[in-house]
Design a protein around this ligand. Structure first.
Ligand SMILES: [Fe+2]
Ligand SMILES: [Fe+2]
Length: 133
């Protein structure tokens, strides 16, 4: 699992989206800290991962509305990726039952978050920037 560090270049130039991304990084880092402390209460981790998922879904909806307002052409594929993430995380949470599992899920969440922001979210940022130039 990765500790996620926010960098200014991750900004989408949209205040709420930046706040939401920072909060998701923070939730992921709180889980990271507990994993590093060696805590293995998987029921507790299930709750934390599901809370992150709930917050993620809220963020995804906001972001999808923003992309729609901006006329982003790849919205459908982007929504598919959001749904794929939250469905996979939910499934992993249902199956969570041992410490090694917690690390695997943490790895999936932290990797997905940073890669999604850097690759997929960055695409709509560039689209909006070019459109408004
Ligand atoms: Fe996204
Ligand atoms: Fe996002």
């Amino acid at each position: 699992m990765k500790l996620l560090k926010w960098k200014d270049e991750y900004s989408m130039n949209e205040e709420n989206i930046d706040k939401q991304h920072k909060s998701l990084f923070k939730l992921s880092n709180e889980i990271y800290d507990l994993v590093e402390k060696g805590i293995d209460d998987y029921e507790h981790f299930r709750k934390l991962f599901l809370a992150l998922n709930d917050y993620g879904i809220e963020h995804f909806l906001y972001e999808e509305m923003y992309m729609q307002e901006q006329g982003y052409p790849d919205l459908k594929e982007h929504i598919r990726q959001h749904n794929e993430f939250s469905n996979k995380l939910k499934d992993l949470c249902i199956g969570i039952d041992k410490e090694t599992h917690i690390r695997e899920i943490g790895e999936f969440v932290s990797t997905w978050l940073v890669e999604h922001v850097l690759n997929e979210d960055m695409e709509y940022k560039e689209f909006v920037e070019n459109r408004t130039k």
